[in-house]
Design a protein around this ligand. Structure first.
Ligand code: SAM
Length: 210
C-alpha cells in the first residue's frame, strides 16, 4: 500500500527508542495521552510505544504505520494490551479511516518525518469528528536563531540517516497555518540521548480544526 521502507532505521529505532523512554519520553507520552478517550487514530505509530499509555476511556485505536518492520513490531505490542488496537498499513497522506470517525488524531514524533505535512493535517481534519482534536508530541525548530541555524545545517544530511526525520521543522506554525487552532502548548527542552543531537526543543500540544 505504501512505499515507505526504512529497514535499517526501523531496526535501530526499535532498539534506541527504549533508551529515550527511560530518559523521559515515557512521561511525555503519558502527558500527551492521559486525557484521550473514544476513537483514536494514531498516525505513524512506529513500534507501538504509545500503546501502553492509552487510558481505559479509549474505545478503539486505529494505528496507521507504513513501515513494514515497525508495523510488525506494533502488531506484536498491541496483542498484550486490553485496549482494542488495530494496526494497519497506510500513510498520513491517505488515512484508511472513515470521515468524522475519530475523537483524537495522535501525531507523536511523526510530523518531523512526514513528507507532506499539509496533506496529513487535511486528512486529520477529514477523519476527526466535530470538536475532535489532534494531540502532538514533537521535537521542533528552535526559537533561538543560532540553534535554528545549526539545525538547518545538520538537516542537510539528517533525514538520510533518520528515516526522513527533519530536525528543523517549525511544526506549531505549520499546524496553525493549516486551519487548526492551538488549544494548549507546552514547550520544553528534552535531551533524549547523552550525546548532542539537534532535537532538544520539544512541544506537547493539542489543537482543534477551525
Ligand atoms: C520517529 S518514528 C515515531 C514512531 C512513533 N510515533 C513514536 O512515537 O515512537 C516516525 C514514524 O513515522 C512514520 N512515517 C513516516 N512517514 C510517514 C507517513 N507519510 N505516513 C505515516 N507514517 C509515516 C515512520 O514509519 C515511523 O514509524
Amino acid at each position: 500500500m505504501s512505499n515507505i521502507n526504512h529497514p535499517i532505521f526501523a531496526r535501530v529505532y526499535k532498539w534506541i527508542s527504549p533508551l529515550a523512554e527511560k530518559q523521559g519520553s515515557a512521561d511525555h507520552r503519558e502527558k500527551l495521552l492521559s486525557g484521550a478517550y473514544g476513537n483514536i487514530v494514531e498516525v505513524g505509530a512506529g513500534s507501538g510505544t504509545n500503546f501502553s499509555h492509552y487510558p481505559s476511556a479509549v474505545s478503539k485505536v486505529i494505528a496507521v504505520e507504513p513501515e513494514p518492520t515497525l508495523r510488525k513490531e506494533a502488531v506484536r505490542v498491541s496483542r498484550n494490551l486490553s485496549i482494542q488496537i488495530e494496526v494497519v498499513d497506510g500513510t498520513s497522506e491517505d488515512l484508511p479511516v472513515d470521515d468524522n470517525w475519530a475523537d483524537f488524531v495522535i501525531f507523536s514524533l511523526v510530523l518531523c518525518s512526514i513528507e507532506n505535512v499539509n496533506t496529513a493535517l487535511a486528512q486529520a481534519k477529514r477523519v476527526l469528528a466535530d470538536s475532535g482534536k489532534i494531540l502532538v508530541y514533537e521535537h521542533v525548530r528552535s526559537d533561538n536563531p543560532k540553534e535554528a541555524r545549526r539545525q538547518d545545517l545538520v538537516n542537510r544530511i539528517w533525514p538520510l540517516f533518520l528515516g526522513g526525520c527533519n530536525c528543523n521543522r517549525d511544526t506549531p506554525s505549520i499546524i496553525q497555518n493549516s486551519g487548526f487552532q492551538i488549544l494548549t502548548l507546552d514547550s520544553f527542552r528534552f535531551k533524549p540521548t547523552k550525546i548532542w543531537i539537534p532535537m532538544e526543543p520539544h512541544v506537547i500540544l493539542s489543537a482543534t480544526a477551525i
